[in-house]
Design a protein around this ligand. Structure first.
Ligand code: G3I
Length: 330
């Protein structure tokens, strides 16, 4: 039926995957799928701060550069991920991952240098940058991370977008988060905040909906939620789609029959793609990985997995065929 990339091209959509750059060139099946099925790629880890600046002032762009070269060789566009986050920060900046010994003024200067250095290094090679990732808690309050503390508020977000724009004026600049696929305290808080950014002229171009889903929870209004952010004059994207389910009995949970879980996963995948297809400014749809063999899910959610489109033996699952069919019909 054709690759996802080719089918999506027919409806002017880019379909992508998060890529583990260590596997590019070392795992032949993985590399072949990465190069043939997708029209956009995101580095799963290799553009994160802990990777690119392991010691203060010592940069390692090798993983990111490798992905950019791979993308260029396969006519793919790169989603840069990410410039500002509370997680996967270098040890020299926050030894315990929560606090820092630098003063507030030093933290501000360090973040500015990081955003400008990284956006400058990859200038002209990034289609969409996740400039700021996951700045809010699920209850809609701001995350009290080292950035929030140094600025005494969320002011670091506007600054980060301005610095990224100054360094690479052509990249589309995104705010990216999870658990905003449905209307609720978190998506409402971010909607109000991002509306404010737009109104004050901050150079934000889009909002990324990570879309890490679990068959035990619903996501009733993804399309409407994408649409309301798009109506602010922004592009939107589904940036990290995966659909996890219980694959083995875990204590204290209802284990769905495997047939039901499979049917639920297929329905979730199709609904997520349908939502993007139904909202014109939705410009890309990216899965957070290729095969269940390499997914982050089992390491974080005990007993859950099977979240991606190819199984552990790299066989395409029915949800892959479902997406092909949906794109072909769209
Ligand atoms: O590279 C080291 C390796 O040297 C070491 O031996 C090994 C031992 O634990 O760890 C390796 O680092 C791991 C890294 O992935 C690279 O594989 C980290 O432990 C592990 O925590 C890290 O997990 C990543 C996670 O972000 C960190 O928060 C996942 O691969 C990645 O899929 C995940 O991606 C995030 C997005 O960036 C943001 N949205 C949520 C999404 C899922 O959590």
């Amino acid at each position: 039926a054709g690759s996802l990339a080719a089918l999506a091209d027919g409806v002017r959509l880019r379909v992508g995957a998060a890529i583990n750059t260590d596997l590019l060139g070392t795992d032949a099946t993985y590399t072949a799928l990465a190069g043939s099925e997708f029209s956009t790629v995101t580095p799963e880890n290799s553009m994160k701060w802990e990777v690119v600046e392991p010691q203060q002032g010592t940069y390692d762009w090798s993983g990111g550069d490798k992905l950019v070269a791979f993308a260029q060789a396969h006519n793919q566009l790169v989603r840069g991920h990410n410039l500002v986050w509370h997680s996967q920060l270098p040890k020299w900046l926050t030894p315990d991952g929560v606090t820092t010994t630098f003063t507030n003024d030093q933290v501000k200067a360090i973040l500015k240098k990081h955003v400008i250095d990284e956006a400058t290094h990859f200038k002209g090679k990034i289609w969409q940058w996740d400039v700021v990732n996951e700045a809010f808690n699920d209850d809609g309050t701001p995350r009290q991370d080292i950035w929030y503390k140094a600025w005494g508020g969320l002011g670091y977000i506007a600054d980060a977008f301005r610095w990224a724009h100054q360094a690479d004026s052509k990249a589309l600049l995104f705010y990216n988060d999870y658990n905003i696929e449905y209307t609720g305290p978190k998506s409402n808080a971010e909607y109000a905040f991002i509306k404010g950014l737009k109104q004050s002229g901050v150079p934000i171009d889009g909002v990324g909906f990570q879309t890490h889903l679990d068959t035990q929870y619903g996501f009733p209004d993804l399309k409407n939620n994408l649409q309301r952010f798009a109506d602010l004059g922004l592009k939107v994207a589904e940036t990290e789609v995966d659909v996890r389910t219980f694959t083995k009995p875990a204590p204290d949970v209802n284990v769905p029959a495997s047939g039901l879980a499979q049917a639920a996963q297929e329905a979730y995948w199709m609904k997520t793609l349908q939502a993007c297809l139904a909202v014109r400014p939705c410009i890309s749809y990216t899965a957070w990985g290729i095969s269940d063999k390499n997914s982050w899910v089992p390491g974080v959610f005990a007993g859950e997995g099977a979240a991606l489109l190819w199984d552990e033996g790299y066989q395409p699952k029915p949800q892959f065929t479902d997406l092909q069919d949906l794109l072909a019909l769209s």
